[in-house]
Structures are given as structure tokens and as C-alpha cells.
Design a protein around this ligand. Structure first.
Ligand code: UDX
Length: 457
């Protein structure tokens, strides 16, 4: 690959799994296009460079939570603590990289950072370093975030509990109950966090999404036309299918249990329900039992990720009736953390029951796996509505987690005719994702556009 002389890009991921994965995937993509890559990361949820792409340089900043800060329940408050703690160490780190840069053959072209890390704007500006924003969630959910001031004016925010089933006419097919919200935090604080984040790209040199035109073309057009007419918007996803596969590198913060794959190898094609709610979402004890019984009663084999901390304040194993898992051992496999992309690509997986985090949603689409949606917070609600009502590649548990509905929904997807139709649409969408990455496809072209844009900064 031709080395584009004098081009270096710094990326600074928000230190959460759902943001780290796509940021490092984007770094791989840019590296394959001849850029040299520097990654800045915090000690909190620290990366492990020895498991990552060896061609990058890695620069840690001494930012971590104290025990008290780590126990803050309100996510908006915790993020604002994180942001405040990052400012000075980030400034110092960037100053060091820029001063080393003076005589370098590879001058730094720009910083790529997350819009939630809002302080990166003023720090980059103080060094006159161009900054491009990487939004790791989808474009449709970002368009809903960008509309927050309008939604407030129209009385949809704070979310009126008495109108949950009503459509938000300005944002079809979104319903009031799909509007992003966050547990354990003040709605006003959440509103401020979101409007701040949605304003960030306006003062940047561009906005990148991990999505593709055939999936979210309408939302991308709305964003370009109504909210960010003055900056270029790039959609070059799905990132994980676009870059070179560096099989030895892993961006996972937790170790992935490879027993999933040997267990899947023993199961019939398309027979397994894979269940995971991502790296952050929590369910309560009652919901946990409904999941367990719904899966057990469905009669299908299942692979269930029970991440430490998934079930609020409890030892989940003690909550199950004695012998529950032993009785199911022929058709149940439980792990703490799975190699999710490999799992979704496995021929034995027939359905993904997901919280609809954006990465999980895209990863499922890329393998043509139909979804069961249980969105838990923020952008997940919007993603789930698009999965069930727009792309029609899954079904949403509209009334929360209840064992009877879980069992019926698994059967609808895995046994009944309706499931076959959904599966067909999922395969077609997978095909569109693949086409977007091929020469001439929308993501392929957008990547070229991004490369040229960075080179022009
Ligand atoms: C968070 C937010 O919750 C989500 O709404 C937002 O879109 C991104 O940030 P998270 O909850 O972790 O993300 O979900 P998701 O976006 O799906 O990302 C999870 C990542 O972890 C995926 O890339 C998935 O492949 C990986 N994963 C998940 C594993 O590798 N193993 C697992 O067992 C579960």
C-alpha cells in the first residue's frame, strides 16, 4: 500500500466498548489507506496495545475514576466527570505529539474524536489542529438527537408518560416511547448532554458515521440538509467489514470466551438464539427471570451472554431455580463475554436477541441475522424501531420482557413462515451492506471522499 507522505491522524475513542470498537476499526481503515495512526486512550477502560494493531502508536493519559466516581449511578454526571478529568492530560498529550511532529515527515493532519468528548474541540482549536467528529451510533438516532430542541418545543420532551404509544409525527416512524432516554439521570441533564453532543459537529471539519446510504440514506440526507449543511458528512460503514481483517488484533476490553464457537459447532444450522445486551445495559432481577424462562420455554437452543453487572445488584446464578441450567445443558450455553462478530457469522445462529446498540445492530445486519429487539436506553430505542418497522429485519418486544412474549417471538422468527420472510429481508440487507463496500459502492466512495478531505486539511 502506497504510504501517503506526511499524513498522520490521531484518534481518541470515548473509553466504552461500543465506542472503542468502531474507532479502532476506523483507524484500521485509514491505516490501510496509507495514513499513520496515533491512538490516545485513558487509563479508565484502558486499551491493551499488545492486542491491537502493531503499526499504530499508543499514548495513554492518566485519567481514571476514583472509587466514588466509579460508583456514580447517573451516567450524564459520570460522563461530565470524565470529560472534566480528561481536559488537561489530553492537552498535554496532544502538545507532546504536536511538538514531536515539527520535524516529522508525517505531520499530523487532524484529530478524530467522539462528540461526547466535547472538550476536544477547544483543545484542538487552541493548537489550530483540525478536528473531525466520529459519531459511533447510527445516523437515524443522531437525527433524533439533533431534533431534541424541536421535540422540546413541541412538548415531546420531557417524555409524556401518558402519550407513549403516539407517533412523533415530525419523525415518522418514531413513537413517543422510542424517544431516547437514560435511566438514573435527570431528563434535563440528559437533554443538555444530547444537545451539546449534537452541536459539536457544527464547529468541526466533518462528521463520520459507521453506516451506509442504503441503510440510513434518508437520515443522512436530513442531517446534511437541515442540521449540518456546512460540513461534509461521510458514511463509510460497516467499518468492521471495510478494513483489512487483522485477526490477531482484538479491541475487546474483556476476554472473549471461545467456547461459544466450539459449542455452536455442535448445533444445527440456524437453530440457535444468541442473546446479548451489550456492554452497558442492565436488567433487573424480574426481567432476568423472564429472559431465562422465555428462552427455556422456547424450545430452541440458546447462547446467552450474562456479562458481570448485567443483572442489577445480584448473583444471577442464585436466582435461577436449582438445576435450571443443568436441565437445559443440551441446548443452553452461558458465557460472560462472547466473540460476538464470530458468533453472528456462525451458521448455527438463527436469531439475535439484542438491546440494539448500534454496533450490535450493524453486526447482525452484516451477517443477515434477524433480530429480537429489547432496547434499553438512548439511541437503542430508535435503532430498534428501524429494525422492526423500517428495515423489517426483526421483531420488537413492544411490552417489555415477558416470558410468554419472548417464547412467542422466538417461535415467530425461528419456526413460523413470518420468520422466513424476515430472514429473506435480512439477507437482502446484508447484500446491500456488502455492495456498499465494493468499488463504486456508496461507502467505498465515501471513504475515498474522507481520504481526500483529510489530505486537503
Ligand atoms: C454503547 C451504547 O449502549 C449503544 O447504544 C451505542 O450505540 C454504542 O455504545 P453497547 O451497549 O456496548 O454500546 O452496545 P453495542 O453498540 O452493541 O457495542 C457492543 C460491542 O461489544 C459490539 O461491537 C459487540 O460485538 C461487542 N460484544 C458484545 C462482544 O464482543 N462480546 C459480547 O459478548 C457482547
Amino acid at each position: 500500500m502506497e504510504q501517503k507522505k506526511g499524513r498522520r491522524v490521531i484518534l481518541f475513542p470515548l473509553p466504552f466498548q461500543g465506542h472503542i470498537n468502531p474507532t479502532l476499526e476506523l483507524a484500521n481503515i485509514l491505516h490501510s489507506k496509507g495514513f499513520s495512526i496515533a491512538i490516545i486512550y485513558t487509563n479508565f477502560n484502558s486499551l491493551n496495545p499488545s492486542t491491537l494493531n502493531p503499526h499504530f502508536t499508543y499514548h495513554s493519559i492518566p485519567v481514571d475514576f476514583t472509587e466514588n466516581e466509579a460508583s456514580i449511578k447517573d451516567p450524564t454526571l459520570q460522563l461530565s466527570v470524565l470529560n472534566a478529568k480528561c481536559v488537561e492530560p489530553f492537552r498535554e498529550c496532544l502538545a507532546g505529539l504536536l511538538s514531536d511532529d515539527v520535524n516529522s515527515k508525517d505531520p499530523i493532519a487532524c484529530l478524530i474524536s467522539d462528540p461526547i468528548f466535547d472538550f476536544t474541540r477547544s483543545v484542538a482549536e487552541s493548537f489550530k489542529l483540525p478536528r473531525i467528529v466520529l459519531r459511533t451510533g447510527g445516523a437515524a438516532s443522531f437525527a433524533v438527537y439533533a431534533a431534541f430542541p424541536l421535540l422540546k418545543d413541541k412538548g415531546y420532551l420531557p417524555i409524556p408518560d401518558s402519550r407513549l404509544e403516539e407517533p412523533v409525527t415530525e419523525l415518522s416512524p418514531i413513537k413517543v416511547k422510542d424517544l431516547p432516554r437514560m435511566p438514573d439521570c435527570d431528563p434535563e441533564d440528559f437533554y443538555r448532554l444530547i444537545t451539546n453532543m449534537a452541536n459539536e459537529p457544527k464547529a468541526s471539519h466533518g462528521l463520520i458515521f459507521n453506516t451506509f446510504e442504503d441503510l440510513e440514506g434518508q437520515a443522512l440526507a436530513t442531517l446534511r440538509r437541515e442540521y449540518y449543511p456546512n460540513i461534509p458528512i461521510f458514511s463509510l460503514g460497516p467499518f468492521h467489514k471495510c478494513g483489512p481483517t487483522t485477526s490477531s488484533s482484538s479491541t475487546s476490553l474483556q476476554s472473549q470466551d471461545q467456547s461459544c464457537i466450539s459449542w455452536l459447532n455442535t448445533q444445527a444450522p440456524k437453530s440457535v438464539a444468541y442473546v446479548s445486551f451489550g456492554s452497558v445495559a442492565k436488567i433487573n432481577q424480574a426481567q432476568f427471570l423472564e429472559v431465562a424462562w422465555g428462552l427455556a420455554n422456547s424450545g430452541q437452543p440458546f447462547l446467552w451472554v450474562i456479562r458481570p453487572g448485567l443483572v442489577q445488584e445480584s448473583d444471577w446464578l442464585k436466582m435461577l431455580p436449582n438445576g435450571f441450567l443443568e436441565a437445559l445443558k443440551e441446548r443452553a450455553h452461558v458465557v460472560k463475554w462472547a466473540p460476538q462478530k464470530e458468533v453472528l457469522a456462525h451458521p448455527a445462529v438463527g436469531v439475535f436477541w439484542t438491546h440494539c446498540g448500534w454496533n450490535s445492530t450493524l453486526e447482525s445486519i452484516c451477517e443477515g441475522v434477524p433480530m429480537i429487539c429489547t432496547p434499553c436506553f438512548s439511541d437503542q430505542m430508535v435503532d430498534a424501531r428501524f429494525v422492526s418497522d423500517v428495515w423489517k429485519v426483526g421483531l420488537q418486544l413492544e411490552h417489555g420482557i415477558e416470558r410468554g412474549e419472548v417464547e412467542r417471538t422466538i417461535r415467530r422468527l425461528m419456526v413460523e413462515k413470518e420468520g422466513e420472510e424476515i430472514k429473506e429481508r435480512a439477507l437482502k440487507l446484508m447484500e446491500k451492506a456488502n455492495l456498499s463496500l465494493k468499488e463504486g459502492g456508496s461507502s467505498y466512495q465515501s471513504l475515498d471522499g474522507l481520504v481526500n478531505h483529510i489530505l486537503s486539511l
